[in-house]
Ligand binder design. Sequence first.
Ligand code: FPP
Length: 230
Amino acid sequence: MDGNGRWAKKRFMPRFFGHKQGVDALVRTVLGCADRGIDYLTVFAFSSENWKRPTEEVSGLMGLVLVAVAKYLGKLASHGVRIRIVGDRNQVSDKLRQAWEQAEASTAHNTRITLSVAFNYGGRWDIVQACRQAIAAGLPADQLDEAALTRFMALSHAPDPDLFIRTGGEVRISNFLLWQAAYSELVFSDCLWPEFGDAELDAALAEYARRDRRFGTVESPATASARIET
Ligand code: FPP
């Protein structure tokens, strides 16, 4: 969800204003995905590196999340959204941890779409924490394979993403879903996150539909099964 700061700057407003609009874009996108039959959406809300931002911006973001949960949890829950938080919860305040727990508990029964919010998350952190958990669980080294490690990853409740969208014009992954995005289709949009809406979501989905997914083979599973059936 990149581009909040630039969106605000273009309007001579503080960066916080961009993050605030970013929350509205997030809610819009969650409901837009649910309407389009997408079962899982994972968003990068706060990276392990974002603590290095000015204290004022970090505390503004933490406060904004609390306000956003209070304001939108009911709406998301009533639309069948299940919320999961992925990331290191040890560093966040008790208040925020409780808000996350409430958001997860009160939406646990929902099945329309699973929204995973990556917060104090980093792809490398996730791989390391999964290895640590596997070791702590006593998994012998010869049983540690990709499937086994996947079970310890923070996103073990979700399938690997088919589509990975980055807004804001930067063309890099920035430590998001390093493990899970191995075969994701990447779409980079110049749209600044607060402006992301139905048109941008549909454009990304149309781009995804044009891609030929081969997963390292010579032809895509879809092409192969079509050839077998004809
Ligand atoms: C990156 O844009 C965005 C963030 C670091 C924060 C994203 C957070 C939200 C949209 C709010 C999340 C809210 C909830 C409830 C999870 P940037 O500010 O780095 O943009 P820039 O590159 O234009 O400076």
